[in-house]
Design a protein around this ligand. Structure first.
Ligand code: MSP
Length: 752
């Protein structure tokens, strides 16, 4: 079979320490849409998903749940599978890393790498992040530089993989295969990570035993990432007696992953494969995060939305459409019930759904449900637009730009709607005879139905349930088995009898948002909060408010408006949390009706408190920091210190200034001036947020040496922890200019 006639695509295999949420659903829905499109155009497609079930994190979660790791994994893995089935996702295989077919093959892979001389035994003492299942560079007691969680000191005799041997090979490979890592920002990050030097990787553990034993040395278990990544080949039967699927589908055409695991997929995975003498995947695409309330949706942050909530109220197509239309693939994107309902109503209920219903019901009314023959030559814009719409949709979809592909298809929905309105086939102008009117109607309704057929064929991979109904209503049978290749205008045969008409997307009212919020709260234990957790909620809300102020101050050029905005945010938070005595217009959520505070006195109805005095009076609120920071010290350009500001040398010695090198730089969603940096301090990597996005593009910063205030207490900004401050001056134009060095200087050096 020629290579292009097959397509093997995968999602990450999801950890079973947490139930699925719409972050996981996002990746899996994207993969499903791609798989459906490939199949519909005749490509032999294999779509793999599954669950990642080994490791200390899962062992501990099982212990907490009071069951064995296997029972725990069985339960959560089944939840993933149930959800995917309920959504009708068309995966061809679901691999579980606790299955014998996987375990045996992983042991073979380990043995092969060892036989090939790429695995050796050594010993290692270091900080281990249980959550990330990774040794990290951090001093004992320090948090994980990646996720901020506590690390543990672990001393182990380990097997090591000679990752260092692949530095040059990987760089050459990336160079020769520009499509291997997408998008460009991830590619640059990975390349700069590899260029900064690869150390050998510890690939076994003895500190816990919920894993696959190292063959021949069973007190070790194989590193979870080696175990997990191997799923992409073990699911195809590699390492078993039957290699036929492997021979047919490997190398993978596309691994879809979230951006936080691009390093594992783009560095470790190809290195393992090269060491095993196996072909590497053709392409890895790392998408952005789904954010909820401005930070990454995740179990640990407690800001999760479950797909089930949306399925119960609006159905799977609504969720699929929203995820693919609203979020620009590759970027982070926000989820909210409001935005979901807005999209649903505008594009699905009022757009596509309404177009189908008005067109097909008119064919029912005027032509007895039989597709009419276009007789009059009504040169229509939809007719002439069709070839371009088909080509542009394909081009965007195949480049994984789903949002623009859907925009293109919905432009055709709007054009067809406009065409119907302009030609008004339900009216009979006096200027036309009965016969002329019938000819016009036939043509207009044929054209509208044909346009619907084309739109339906294009968007089938995204909204499969609704399009299957429309296909049947058009009298065309089962869309899942239809060959949608070579889509051209005129495919709908006049004389076709329409199927039974049924509504597609009933309009959602405000009630839908309330229902989803309520369902979600029922689903989330935090919603049944005791007063203690409510109190914690207030504190955390106020914390994020203060973070917000810090960000706003750094981003703003107009302090007065920042302060005003902040004041109103405080007032809002006080109202929401019931934490302040000044805003009595709504019932605080934890007060039963009838127990409200007394009505406002003239004094209490005065303007919202200013942030310097108001926050201090809020129960549970921490004091405001004297100088909120965004990780950037920007020295005022024009105000020299007065003598009263002078400090002693001991004061200065308290500030630890160090040379750091920027390894990763990316924009922070919805913060125009903020960048998220990962900087190397020689013996550790730190995450720092810096308000320099207006002066520097993220790409221009990679590899740059900067000065970092290294001993600043960590702060949380926009949901990210900032561990230090970047030193910069403010230029005359108000832009930040980074402090830098004219001579070569090693990373980590202290400034005195
Ligand atoms: N088990 C590893 C992956 C091993 S693959 C060989 C893992 N599992 S995970 O359960 O944490 O899933 C991470 C993946 O889930 C992300 O890479 C992404 O595909 C998806 N997402 C989880 N949360 C997400 C968001 N909030 N937003 C977008 N995708 C998210 O890492």
């Amino acid at each position: 079979m020629p290579d292009s006639a097959k397509f093997y695509l995968t999602t990450p295999i999801y950890y079973v320490n947490a139930r699925p949420h719409i972050g996981h659903t996002y990746t899996t829905v994207v993969a499903d849409a791609i798989a459906r499109r490939k199949r519909s155009i005749g490509i032999d497609t294999w779509f793999l998903t599954g669950t990642d079930e080994h490791g200390q994190k899962i062992e501990r979660s099982a212990k907490q749940a009071g069951c064995s790791p296997q029972e725990f994994a069985d339960r959560v893995s089944a939840e993933f599978r149930r959800l995917w089935d309920r959504m009708g996702l068309t995966y061809d295989d679901f691999i579980r890393t606790t299955e014998p077919r996987h375990k045996q093959a992983v042991q073979k892979l380990f043995a092969l790498l060892r036989d090939n001389g790429y695995i050796y035994k050594g010993s290692y003492t270091g900080q281990y992040c249980v959550y990330d299942e990774l040794y990290v560079e951090a001093p004992p007691g320090a948090p994980c530089p990646d996720c901020g969680r506590p690390t543990e000191t672990v001393s182990e005799e380990n097997y090591f993989f000679k990752l260092s041997a692949f530095e040059r090979k990987l760089l050459e490979f990336y160079d020769q295969n520009p499509e291997f890592i997408r998008p460009e920002t991830r590619r640059n990050e990975v390349i700069s990570f590899v260029k900064s030097g690869l150390r050998d990787l510890s690939v076994s553990r003895t500190s816990f035993n919920w894993g696959i034993p190292v063959p021949g040395d069973e007190k070790h278990v194989i590193y979870v990432w080696m175990d997990a990544l191997a799923n992409y080949i073990t699911a195809l039967g590699w390492g078993t007696d039957d290699h036929s699927q492997f021979n047919k589908f490997w190398p993978a055409d596309l691994h879809i992953v979230g951006k936080e695991i691009s390093r594992f997929h783009c560095v470790y995975w190809p290195a393992f494969l090269m060491a095993a003498g196996l072909p590497v995947p053709k392409s890895i695409v790392a998408h952005g995060w789904l954010l909820f309330e401005e930070s990454k949706m995740s179990k640990s942050r407690g800001n999760i939305v479950r797909a089930e909530t949306i399925l119960d109220v609006l159905g799977a197509d609504a969720l699929r459409y929203f995820l693919l239309r609203e979020i620009v693939f590759g970027n982070d994107g926000s989820f909210s019930f409001d935005a979901l309902v807005q999209r649903y109503n505008a594009d699905l209920a009022n757009g596509y759904g309404n177009l189908v219903s008005r067109t097909l019901s008119m064919i029912g009314r005027y032509f007895n449900g039989i597709v009419p023959e276009p007789v009059a030559d009504q040169a229509t814009s939809i007719h002439t637009q069709a070839p371009e719409v088909i080509a542009t949709f394909a081009q965007h979809f195949d480049a994984l730009d789903f949002s623009r592909a859907l925009e293109t298809a919905w432009a055709m929905v709007a054009a067809t709607d406009g065409y119907l309105t302009a030609t008004a086939p339900w009216k009979k102008p006096d200027s036309l005879t009965e016969e002329q009117q019938q000819a016009l109607r036939s043509t207009v309704l044929y054209n509208a139905a044909e346009s619907i057929r084309i739109i339906t064929a294009l968007v089938y991979p995204v909204i499969p349930d609704a399009t299957a109904k429309v296909w049947a209503q058009l009298g065309l049978g089962d869309i899942r088995t239809a060959d949608l290749r070579g889509l051209t205008w005129g495919g709908l045969q006049p004389g076709t009898t329409l199927g039974e008409l049924a509504p597609l997307f009933p309009r959602a009212d405000k009630e839908a948002i309330t229902r989803m919020s309520e369902l979600e709260q029922k689903n989330t234990p935090a919603a049944n909060a005791s007063s203690k957790t409510k109190h914690e909620g207030r504190i955390s809300k106020l914390h994020s408010l203060i973070d917000g102020l810090a960000v706003a101050m750094a981003e703003s050029t107009n302090e007065t408006s920042t302060i005003l905005a902040f004041e109103s945010a405080i007032a809002e938070t006080l109202r929401e949390t019931g934490g302040g005595g000044r805003q009595h217009s709504t019932t605080p959520p934890d007060l039963a009706p009838g127990t409200q505070n007394p009505p406002p006195t003239p004094e209490s109805a005065s303007p919202a408190p200013s942030f310097s005095s108001g926050v201090g009076s809020v129960p549970g609120a921490p004091p405001l920091p004297a100088a909120p920071h965004t990780g950037t010290v920007v020295a005022p350009s024009a105000t020299p210190a007065t003598s009263g500001d002078k400090i002693t040398i001991d004061d200065f010695a308290k500030v630890e200034l160090r040379v750091a090198q920027i390894k990763v730089a990316e924009r922070v969603p919805k913060a125009d001036k903020l960048l998220r940096l990962e900087v190397d301090l020689g013996n550790e990597t730190r995450q720092v947020l810096a308000g320099i996005a207006e002066s520097y593009s993220p790409e221009s910063l990679i590899g740059r040496k900067i000065v970092l205030v290294a001993n600043l207490a960590p702060r949380k900004l926009r949901g990210f922890e900032s561990n230090g401050m970047v030193v910069a001056a403010t230029g005359a134009d108000g832009k930040a200019v980074l402090a830098t060095f004219a001579e070569e200087i090693e990373i980590g050096a202290r400034l005195k």
